[in-house]
Ligand binder design. Structure first.
Ligand SMILES: Cc1ncc(COP(=O)(O)O)c(C=O)c1O
Length: 464
């Protein structure tokens, strides 16, 4: 089996135990026995999120950007334990909805550390966040349309605002996550200065913001640099408006967004974070006096801290391919179906051959190209196609790597499938942080709306 088949890493140091805070944790770096124990105890599909690794990722970001305000983009993983770990590591929080603001507050972030990014915000969200801001006046609302500013003013809000700019430059791992050039996001660059100046007459405009997209790798650094340079230029223009007759805007920060990529493919190099930080500093300089840099990484903080464990339940050779059926699908991990995303998969073994005997250890099996497919009735419900894995057997445990970002967050109940459980590892202790949903959970809101038509059976009562 090749190194790649086994999930081996291109940048693996000779002595892993001695290596501290690796730039990426590959699926091959997880302790296979520990994962097998967790799957046996908590069943599959199961997310495992390692809080120590979350802390390491926060530390690496803070080391690379020592002068910047680092804001965790909560949308990548909203679990309470993760939020608490991130807060304790000293990061602030960037929230995309009222729900995320609520979760961040519950996890102990105080209002002065919260940034709410309003994208076509539903009235309910604005009402909630404006209400929070009454008690937490240092909370900042990032706004990407003049209409949204008007809606805030209508609610009596005159507090801290950051103006989101559409920099005209996008980047990211897939067209669907390149926000930078998409008209949906931010005020067009050439109108942004005036919008910020006019906003400053009604609000306390403290920042400007732009986000290129998600999953930017070293090859897309030029786009990142261009975005950063453009937003730096805007900050200078706002500090000293030349001849448009408007007053300067006294900014506290320039937020250049998140998007720092992680290497999903086993042989892809880790992002050179210090190089990205250096390129950012160079491109943004000189910032006006008193204006700080801010960044908003989500994926980078949590992606390689998580794996999804799933069990093989069917092995079906066909003339075209061997289909390996597993108990996790696109409802548990949507990224492959949604973005054609690659996730590394490692066979941890433990299954049986067709005659009922124990299958050999994965290292002793040949590598076989397979399609790994979930239980959802959709052709797109595959975790990988034509991937060489240690020949899977029924009962094998598969670890799907780099699943900590936008994994559980995008999980849903399509096909009436309960969402999986999640376990958090903290200094080697494991705790269930999200219990597995039951069949009863699937109909809770329906039953609450129609108590006379419960539709609940004794079997759902039992939860399976
Ligand atoms: C405004 C904003 N900031 C930060 C992020 C985080 O991106 P990533 O998880 O790729 O770092 C996103 C992701 O969509 C975003 O929309």
């Amino acid at each position: 089996m090749s190194d790649r088949d086994a999930g081996g890493s291109a940048d693996e140091p000779a002595d892993r135990d001695a290596a501290d805070n690796l730039p990426v944790r590959r699926v091959s770096d997880w302790d296979a026995d520990r994962l097998a124990e967790l799957a046996a105890e908590h069943d599959t599909p199961l997310y495992v999120q390692d809080l120590d690794r979350v802390r390491e990722n926060c530390e690496r970001l803070r080391d690379a950007f020592p002068d910047a305000d680092v804001r965790y983009a909560v949308k990548a993983h909203t679990g309470r334990a993760v939020l608490e770990a991130v807060r304790e590591a000293g990061l602030d929080a960037e929230c995309a909805s009222a729900g995320e603001v609520d979760r961040a507050l519950a996890a102990g972030f105080d209002g002065s550390r919260l940034h709410y990014t309003a994208v076509n915000p539903p009235a309910r969200d604005l009402d909630y966040v404006v209400g929070v801001a009454e008690a937490e006046p240092d909370l900042t609302i990032t706004v990407g349309a003049v209409d949204t500013l008007d809606r805030l003013a209508e609610r009596g809000y005159d507090g801290r605002v950051c103006v989101r700019v559409n920099p005209g430059v996008g980047a990211g791992h897939h067209e669907k996550v390149r926000t930078g050039g998409a008209a949906k996001f931010g005020i067009p660059y050439d109108r942004a200065a005036r919008a910020a100046q006019e906003a400053a007459e009604r609000f306390d405009v403290v920042g400007i913001h732009a986000h290129a997209g998600s999953g930017i790798d070293s090859d897309q650094l030029d786009s990142h640099r261009e975005l950063v340079a453009r937003i730096g230029e805007l900050a200078r223009e706002l500090a000293e408006p030349s001849n448009n007759g408007m007053s300067p805007v006294d900014l506290e920060y320039v937020d250049v967004g998140g998007g720092f990529g992680v290497p999903y493919e086993e042989d892809a190099p880790a992002l050179d974070l210090p190089a990205v930080a250096e390129a950012t500093r160079e491109a943004i300089s000189p910032l006006p006096a008193g204006v700080d840099l801010a960044i908003e990484p989500g994926r980078y903080v949590v992606a390689d801290a998580g794996v999804l464990l799933t069990r093989v339940n069917t092995v079906k050779p066909t003339p075209d391919e061997t289909v390996v059926g597993v108990d996790a699908g696109m409802t548990d991990l949507l990224r492959p179906a949604m973005y054609d995303a690659y996730h590394p998969i490692r066979n941890l073994g433990g299954g049986q051959a067709r005659d009922g005997s124990d299958a050999p250890a994965p290292d002793d099996r040949s590598a076989t190209p397979v399609t790994v497919a979930g239980p959802i009735c959709e052709t797109g419900d595959t975790l990988c196609r034509d991937r060489a894995l240690a020949d899977p057997a029924r009962g094998d445990l598969l670890a799907v790597g780099i699943a900590g970002a936008y994994g559980y967050e995008m999980a849903n109940q399509y096909n009436s499938r309960p969402r999986p459980a999640e376990v958090a590892l903290d200094d080697r202790t494991a705790a269930v942080v999200r219990r597995r949903e039951t069949l009863g959970d699937l109909t809770t809101v329906e039953r609450e709306a129609n108590p006379d038509r419960t539709g609940r059976t004794d079997r759902t009562e039992a939860g399976r």
